[in-house]
Design a protein around this ligand. Structure first.
Ligand code: ATP
Ligand code: MG
Ligand code: FE
Length: 343
């Protein structure tokens, strides 16, 4: 029986229906629906938590109906309801958790609280030819930049983390300081395509010392100084965007190769919103060819937040006999390393 996945940790309401298929998880995806609140938050230049919660209340049930309809199903067909239990905005999480828990209770099926970053990490499993553990995962999203050793599903060791801004956050803040509208990450990446390579060169933070941690806030300052001291033309903005993107992508690629070397893994999984970045995808595909590892990405729509990754993580946990009791609990801060193995 399919699992309903519900994602409400930040500013997208996502739902999906997935029937667990251990051979090929992507085959079990029956439908998915998403509503992004970007327009709602744009005029404030960032996510306003209270507005996010209220909009999840408005959009969640209509999206669930839509996903059921697309799959030709009714609530009675569900075998479980998975929801993002953290990390994320507490109010936004509570909307999804309460609705999911209530549906599960009314239907007499289990509810499964999913770790949002485990959802991101498992998203590449929804594609054809899914990666098998062990592998190394680069999780690069709006709130996280991590390298994770995945020994098995649920057995995670954090190899490196960001000391300040996450990669997506660095994209967004840098875009903002050059006057691009929120959320600037994708817009900055698009601009970079028109930029002149080599006109601006920024440092690759923390690559000259050992370790797998990241730090991107200094890069943002370098961009600010370059932008303020420039002629501020559209071409210069694109050229700076190009230099910034190259610096971030190079840094991520260098650390990925180091993590593969340190663990001896032969597979690399990229997930999270920045995983949608074209230059990052191309550069890692190239590195994979040169170094003899394989790299796996989710499709673009499953890099950023979505319900499919939550349905998948929930279905895997449910298949392992794991689910929640009847209390509604969310965890705004929650380490991946504390999760139990999913077997
Ligand atoms: P978290 O998962 O850490 O809680 P989040 O859910 O807000 O954070 P995601 O939805 O995974 O993050 O990703 C959103 C981030 O991805 C934003 O910071 C956005 O700028 C960035 N992003 C999306 N597309 C691109 C792109 N093509 N290039 C660079 N960054 C991108
Ligand atoms: Mg988002
Ligand atoms: Fe996310």
């Amino acid at each position: 029986k399919p699992v309903l996945g519900v994602e409400t940790s930040c500013d997208e309401t996502g739902v999906a229906l997935l029937r667990w298929d251990p051979e090929k998880p992507g085959r079990g995806l029956l439908s998915h629906a998403l509503f992004s609140q970007i327009a709602l938050h744009a005029e404030y230049g960032g996510v306003v938590p209270e507005l996010a919660s209220r909009d999840h209340v408005r959009k969640l049930l209509p999206l669930v109906r839509e996903a059921l309809k697309d799959a030709g199903m009714t609530p009675a067909d569900l075998g479980g309801v998975a929801y993002t239990a953290g990390p994320g905005l507490v109010g936004a999480l509570l909307v999804g958790a309460s609705a999911a828990r209530a549906m599960a209770w009314a239907l007499g099926v289990p509810a499964i609280g999913v770790h949002h970053m485990e959802g991101h990490l498992l998203a590449p499993l929804l594609e054809d030819d899914p990666p098998e553990p062990p592998f190394v995962a680069l999780l690069v999203s709006g709130g996280h930049s991590m390298l994770v050793e995945v020994k098995a599903i649920g057995e995670y060791r954090i190899l490196g983390d960001t000391l300040d801004d996450a990669a997506g956050e660095a994209f967004d803040k840098t875009a903002k300081l050059m006057g691009l509208p929120y959320p600037g990450g994708p817009a900055l990446a698009k601009l970079a395509e028109e930029g002149t390579p080599g006109r601006f060169r920024f440092s690759r933070p923390m690559v000259d010392r050992p370790g797998l941690d990241f730090s991107f806030s200094g890069l943002k300052t370098q961009v600010l100084l370059a932008w303020q001291g420039s002629d501020k033309t559209d071409q210069t903005r694109a050229d700076i965007a190009r230099g910034f993107e190259e610096a971030i992508v190079d840094t991520l690629a260098i650390k990925c190769r180091r993590a593969l070397e340190a663990t001896g893994a032969k597979r690399l999984v990229i997930a999270g919103g920045v995983g949608a970045n074209k230059r990052l995808r191309e550069q890692l595909a190239q590195a994979a060819g040169a170094d003899g590892f394989r790299v796996y990405f989710p499709r673009l729509a499953f890099c950023t937040d979505n319900g499919a990754m939550i349905a998948l993580a929930g279905a895997i946990r449910l298949a392992a006999g794991q689910h929640q009791d009847e209390t509604i609990q969310v965890y705004p801060r929650w380490s991946l390393e504390t999760l139990p193995p999913a077997a």
